[in-house]
Ligand binder design. Structure first.
Ligand code: SF4
Ligand code: SF4
Length: 429
């Protein structure tokens, strides 16, 4: 919800919509085929793949492009590999896409079942990297984490997935917290639940401390929770982990809990789907399911010019194929009718200053974006505070010239990240 001010000088107020405590969801049937993504590693192009079309795989099998590769995906179904191709993700991120045709052979790899006995960092890293929310367990290795926040408030507007999980899977969240403590190896680890201020903490979670997230966007962003509710400053260019605070969503915590209770790797993703008429449906779909299977089930018909957005209203990304698979971070899907689609333009900035007025990080965005457009990423970082941007997307939303400001900012950060990686690799040689 967006409240406009009467006077142009007062920034408009953006607030999260209230979640209506839904308990029903639509389960999408296992599709005929799934597409699984593995992040590409420089050393292992498709040409060096040990997996090939025609190979048979069984449910729960860990698939790697090469035996020595770090990245992997666990297949949710048994079947035959139809194709391994290159997949270009958001901002040019490179993946291998493995398409598997389902064959119901009743076989399953039970390799994770033995991990039920004890959750630890080794088995979490080995099998659970790709579960809903893509948890980064390396934070317990790379940083001195003393606090874990289970974020039950969805960061973006128009997404309610983590609130749905809080209301409907509190027992799994509780088990997930126990497993996370064991994975961290730190018995003094403190857990805090971040809960929207209109929701009650379920009784199953009464043992844990909570902080209440207010409705003002972007108060559910991890950095905002740290600064506003935990009183921990996160300096520009640093992460919450560097300050000792790790974030896991309630869906991730519930998935971890369910994994160790059942001894099974979870593949079911909960998604908030917003239809063209604005109505909301919660969907449970196996990761790898093509989006069109969801649209068919919900009777959503796409016509020329309609837009599919993966994520929320402010920070979501356009999806260009209805065959894109459900991913571990597909929390929201918004289907916009062509009549409602706002097209980004190449109109120059008119210096209205609206973006600067609304920015929670007080960045001079109109100047910053000029440097980014010119490819001067280092200058954007050094002179115009690129690192202070929390990527909330409010600036893009208000820009009268419809400049895709958030996309420019994300691109610049991505390019700078690649440069940094290259330098680290050169130094290591
Ligand atoms: S996306 Fe970044 S620059 Fe834009 S309003 Fe948010 S914090 Fe400011
Ligand atoms: S809102 Fe858009 S047009 Fe206005 S100053 Fe910012 S970038 Fe320029």
């Amino acid at each position: 919800m967006i409240k406009k001010s009467l006077f142009g000088v007062i920034p408009p107020c953006f607030s999260y919509d209230r979640y209506g405590e839904h308990s029903e969801s639509v389960t999408i049937q296992t599709p005929d085929s799934v597409t699984l993504l593995i992040d590409k590693e420089h050393d292992y192009p498709v040409s060096k793949s040990i997996l090939k079309a025609g190979d048979l795989v069984i449910q729960n099998e860990v698939l790697k492009i090469n035996d020595n590769a770090i990245n992997y995906v666990v297949t949710p179904i048994s079947g035959e590999i139809l194709e391994i191709s290159h997949y270009s993700g958001f901002y040019g991120r490179e993946h291998h896409a493995i398409k598997i045709k389902a064959i119901d052979d009743g076989k399953t790899d039970d390799i994770f079942a033995v991990c039920k006995e004890k959750a630890d960092l080794e088995n979490a890293l080995k099998y659970l990297k790709g579960i809903p929310g893509s948890p980064d367990f390396n934070v317990f290795k790379d940083f001195n984490i003393n606090t874990v926040v289970i974020n039950c408030a969805d960061s973006d507007m128009g997404v309610f997935t983590n609130q749905f999980i809080l209301n409907n899977s509190a027992n799994d969240i509780k088990s997930g917290i126990k497993s996370l403590k064991s994975i961290s190896g730190n018995k003094d680890l403190r857990f805090i639940l971040a809960i929207p201020d209109n929701l009650m903490k379920p009784s199953e979670l009464s043992d844990f401390d909570e902080v209440k997230v207010n409705q003002k966007y972007p108060s559910a962003f991890p950095i905002q929770i740290c600064e506003d509710l935990l009183g921990i400053n996160v300096p520009a260019g640093t992460t919450t982990e560097e300050q000792g605070v790790a974030f896991f969503t309630s869906e991730t915590a519930a998935s971890i809990g369910s994994a160790y209770i059942k001894g099974e790797i979870p593949f079911e993703k909960t998604i908030t789907v917003t239809k063209k008429d604005g109505s909301i449906v919660f969907v449970k779909a196996m990761m790898g399911t093509p989006l069109n299977a969801i649209f068919n089930e919900l009777d959503i018909t796409l016509t020329d010019g309609d837009r599919i957005i993966s994520g929320g209203l402010m920070t979501g990304n356009s999806v260009y194929s209805e065959f894109q698979p459900v991913l571990a971070d597909t929390d929201g899907l918004i289907i916009q009718d062509s009549a409602d689609v706002v097209i980004a333009s190449d109109t120059p900035c008119i210096n209205c200053g609206d973006c600067i007025r609304v920015c929670p990080s007080k960045i001079q965005i109109s100047m910053l974006v000029r440097y980014i457009e010119a490819g001067e990423y280092e200058d954007a970082q050094d002179m115009y505070d690129l690192d202070s941007c929390i990527e909330c997307g409010i600036c893009s939303y208000v820009c009268v010239a419809k400049i895709p400001l958030l996309q420019f900012i994300k691109l610049a950060k991505h390019e700078l990240g690649l440069k940094e990686l290259e330098m680290e690799e050169t130094d290591a040689e």
